[in-house]
Design a protein around this ligand. Sequence first.
Ligand code: SAH
Length: 232
Amino acid sequence: MKKTIAIIGAMREEIAPLLESFGRYKSIDFGGNTYYQLEYKNYTIIIAYSKIGKIHAALTCSTMILHFNADCVIFTGVAGGLDSTLKIGDIVLATSLCQYDVDISAFGHPLGFIPESSIYINTNKELNDIVKKVAKENNLAIKEGIIASGDSFIFSNDKKKWIIDNFKACAVEMEGASIAVVASLLNVPFCVIRSISDGADDNANISFDEFLVNSASKSAKLVLSIIDNMPS
Ligand code: SAH
């Protein structure tokens, strides 16, 4: 049976380079989003942008898996860099993801922890190995690390430091952890790839606007090479 690869971005700009590159696809409306479906080599590929934030991304990821029968999920997009070595355009591959905005510490739980779940959810090793192999072949340095997600655009040095101190994350964004929750609970391998658009610091909004398109297309380009390297 043909396998289905799901590719999710949060914003139109994050999937536009993929749609442009594939050229031909079928558009299917479902749950307030449009899903773009195409056949490529041995695969069915389904692409969508979820809209911003964890809830939208959770719906899109669930739809990809439960409605479109995705066998794996790749998230592509941009993120704010937390690690001081990261520059605009650098690629981050999530080793695990967490929700920095979950806080039930009033009951003695650690920040980011939900009972019967865990603070960090690991991404899939086999998929990550393909990402790393492809990046190496393309002379693309990638940083592996924890990505923290929450429903805020981080543009403050203080908040940035707080996320680093509490979650040891190297990048921050608004969707990845929800992909991690949904895909891991539904037993579907997933990975999260992000290119840095800003430094999550006091001028992150200016930087984001300037670099969104460029950084989004760097991440999308890597995803295209990854698909060409997926085992058939
Ligand atoms: N300019 C957009 C909003 C962008 S929100 C608008 O007006 O519609 C930022 C998006 O990029 C989110 O999808 C998030 O995942 C990612 N992102 C990039 N930098 C980020 C940061 N510093 N903090 C949080 N999310 C960030």
